[in-house]
Design a protein around this ligand. Structure first.
Ligand code: ADP
Length: 394
């Protein structure tokens, strides 16, 4: 069974093609600058990269071009050989888990377009188009909230009138489910312990910590929306709603404008003024930029806040795992997060932390908690969900 896992942007489509007989990636590729007369369509297979410049007026044309390119390079016998397309979908009202994309699911995603403004609108637009123009290919959405359905009410509920949760779904849903699920499975495998207590730190363009026991999510730092929890590259993180009336009054902006500031111009970007990429912020801090250093300190404090909370929740940890662009690559951030945690059994090996490449253990001999860097594999988790859902449908 060959499954394509799609990653959509408003003008881009990227994918990995899996052969699920052996869970191997046969190819990765995509189309950039969708909508332009000169879209760039590329595929990488068997270590070789092929590129073409072709017009892709929309996402359906982009997918069709990719399928043709895959057939041309021998990854598919024909475009019809594809069994399904899977999506790492973010949020929908009243539904989660793994769903065949249909009008009900699309409407549920639409209902939360303003809760996940960076994610839902491009996914909805592309899914609608694909469902219409490529009706023979099943589309499957694996929602990021799905892994967090095991979170208990004590961790899940906000202290608001209970009927808000019951009627309107106002609660901590949690996100980054595919990534945390991968980390849960792979870490349990490495520790040879399916019951392991794991704190998964997905630190990237958006960031969250997840407390995991028995392979199940016990808590996630993301709440009702992907703007919550830790500071993100340009999204706010946890924020007191009673600051909103002050901001509306003082700035003269509308609620939509302020929400846009919180979703687009906050986080590391808003604090540092040095861009939204931690690499630029780290360089600015190294040159003595105090605001850049402050942004890094706020981010570190946020991660340590949830790390402490989850150590208490789990009664200690067997492993703390770093993943995502920041978690895998920032030596300084991992060092700052793990500083002075000996009392909690967390001791980083500075040398291993500096030299680690790929999946690697970075704790010192004296550490009771194993510390790992682990590249995540969200696409594999989505592909497995697609296979399971297609088998159920058969
Ligand atoms: P996304 O969350 O969008 O999938 P990633 O997990 O790939 O993104 O994380 C991207 C972010 O990781 C970048 O914006 C940057 O902040 C950070 N990053 C990537 N490489 C490095 C690095 N070498 N050092 C520090 N930060 C890095």
């Amino acid at each position: 069974m060959k499954v394509l896992v799609a990653n959509l942007g408003s003008t881009s489509f990227k994918y990995r093609l899996f052969d699920m007989a052996n869970e191997r990636v046969l190819a990765r590729g995509g189309v950039e600058r969708i909508g332009s007369a000169e879209s760039r369509c590329f595929v990488e297979t068997l270590g070789q990269r092929h590129e073409a410049t072709l017009p892709a007026k929309d996402h359906a044309v982009a997918v069709r071009l990719c399928l043709e390119q895959l057939a041309e390079h021998g990854c598919l016998a024909s475009p019809d050989e594809l069994s399904a397309i899977g999506f790492k979908a973010v949020h929908a009202r009243g539904t989660t888990g793994v769903q065949r994309v249909d009008e009900r699911v699309l409407s549920a995603m639409e209902a939360y377009a303003d809760v996940a403004p960076a994610h839902n609108p491009p996914y909805i637009a592309a899914m609608r188009l694909l469902a219409k123009q490529l009706p023979h290919i099943p589309l499957v959405a694996a929602f990021e909230t799905g892994f967090h359905q095991t979170i208990a009410p004590a961790q899940r509920l906000y202290a608001v009138p209970l009927e808000w949760a019951e009627r309107y779904g106002i609660q901590r849903w949690g996100f980054h489910g595919a990534s945390h699920a991968y980390i849960a499975q792979r870490t349990a495998e490495l520790l040879k312990s399916p019951r392991a207590r794991i704190i998964s730190c997905h630190l990237g363009g958006s960031s969250s910590l997840c407390a995991i026991r028995d392979g199940q999510s016990q808590a996630n730092s993301l709440g009702m929306s992907p703007q919550s929890g830790l500071p993100h590259n340009n999204r706010v993180g946890d924020f007191d709603p009673f600051a909103l009336p002050v901001l509306l009054r003082e700035t003269g902006k509308s609620l939509e404008q302020v929400l846009d500031d919180l979703a687009e111009r906050s986080g590391l970007l808003g604090l540092s003024g040095a861009g939204n990429d931690l690499r630029d912020i780290e360089s600015a801090a190294a040159r003595g930029d105090a605001r850049a250093q402050l942004a890094m300190d706020v981010f570190t404090a946020g991660v340590r806040h949830y790390l402490g909370a989850y150590l208490v929740l789990l009664g200690g940890a067997d492993a703390v795992v770093f993943t995502g662009g920041i978690g895998e690559n920032s030596v300084a951030m991992r060092e700052a997060i793990c500083a002075n945690l000996e009392t909690f059994g967390i001791v980083l090996d500075p040398q291993a932390n500096r030299t680690a490449r790929g999946e690697a253990r970075i704790d010192a001999a004296s550490s009771r908690v194993q510390l790992w860097i682990m590249p995540t594999n969200e696409e594999l988790i989505v592909a497995r969900h697609v296979v399971a859902s297609c088998q159920l449908a058969d």
